[in-house]
Design a protein around this ligand. Structure first.
Ligand SMILES: [Zn+2]
Length: 195
């Protein structure tokens, strides 16, 4: 499944709530399966239904790929506040930012292919909704998973990370990888800002 790219109006619309009596329908179940498959194939750590062209309030998140985790240094993992997140399907998610603490880190989006920029996000959130079976979901997330949840919920309100980014830090993913080989994130940021 192709991932919708920035410029498609579906990414700028407020997505519609999924009626709970439609949750078990083949359409919604197939959509969720497609989203999971598309996220894994990309690969990505989160996907919202508008990114596969459906203006519905559904997100999927997963950060549990053995290969990716094995390739990541401890330093990078700590820097990201990255922690494993098993597959989560959240229908009609409601996000609540917990506390005042914020974190800034590089973020990208499968719908803005090839770029990264620093985005300030709340460090902790609560995410509520229902899963694909209609069972309640109530997650408290922090660090990287909290960032994923905020990013995906933004998609449902027609927002992209570029609306929130620190624009001086915009970089291609390839350039960021090159910077990162040698330096910690804070130095990368200073260098990008200095031009
Ligand atoms: Zn995105």
């Amino acid at each position: 499944m192709d991932i919708v790219q920035a410029g498609d109006p579906v990414l700028r619309r407020r997505a519609t709530e999924v009626p709970l009596d439609a949750l078990a329908s083949p359409f919604v179940q197939q959509l969720i399966a497609t989203m999971i498959q598309t996220m894994r194939a990309a690969p990505g750590v989160g996907l919202a239904a508008p990114q596969v062209g459906e203006s519905l309030r559904i997100i999927v998140m997963e950060d549990d790929d053995e290969t990716q985790w094995a390739a990541m240094s401890d330093a990078r993992r700590l820097e990201l506040g990255r922690r494993r997140l098993v597959l989560q399907v959240v229908v009609n998610p409601v996000i609540e930012l917990l506390g005042e603490e914020t974190e800034e880190f590089f973020e990208g989006c499968l719908s803005v292919d090839g770029y990264r920029a620093i985005v300030r996000r709340a460090a902790r959130v609560r995410l509520a909704g229902v899963d694909e079976k209609g069972e309640p979901v109530n997650l408290e997330l922090e660090g990287w998973p909290a960032r994923i949840a905020q990013h995906e919920c933004d998609h449902l309100d027609g927002l992209l990370y570029v609306d929130r980014m620190h624009s001086l830090t915009l970089t291609t993913a390839a350039n960021l990888d090159r910077w990162w080989k040698a330096r910690p994130a804070e130095e990368v940021r200073r260098a990008l800002e200095a031009g």
